[in-house]
Unconditional design. Structure first.
Length: 80
């Protein structure tokens, strides 16, 4: 795993993320309560060369083994 960066929800994500990945991040942010925007923070890591962004609220946006951008919550079984 390689650590990437952190940024506040609503701020510009790192430029090296694909447009599809950024679109999913924006969709998650659109569902945040107004008091979370700018306070909740994303943490970007790279796992096997694929981006994984986790919001402080536990929402995870990642690229799966097939190259699809997926959204899940950290309490969901990632293998189920």
């Amino acid at each position: 795993m390689q650590l990437g960066t952190r940024w506040a929800a609503g701020a510009e994500p790192p430029a090296r993320l694909s447009p599809e990945f950024v679109a999913q991040i924006r969709a998650v942010e659109a569902d945040l309560p107004p008091d979370e925007e700018g306070i909740a923070r994303w943490t970007l890591t790279w796992l096997e060369g694929r981006p994984v962004a986790e919001l402080d609220t536990g929402v995870i946006v990642e690229v799966d083994h097939a190259g699809r951008v997926t959204v899940r919550h950290d309490d969901e079984d990632e293998f189920g």
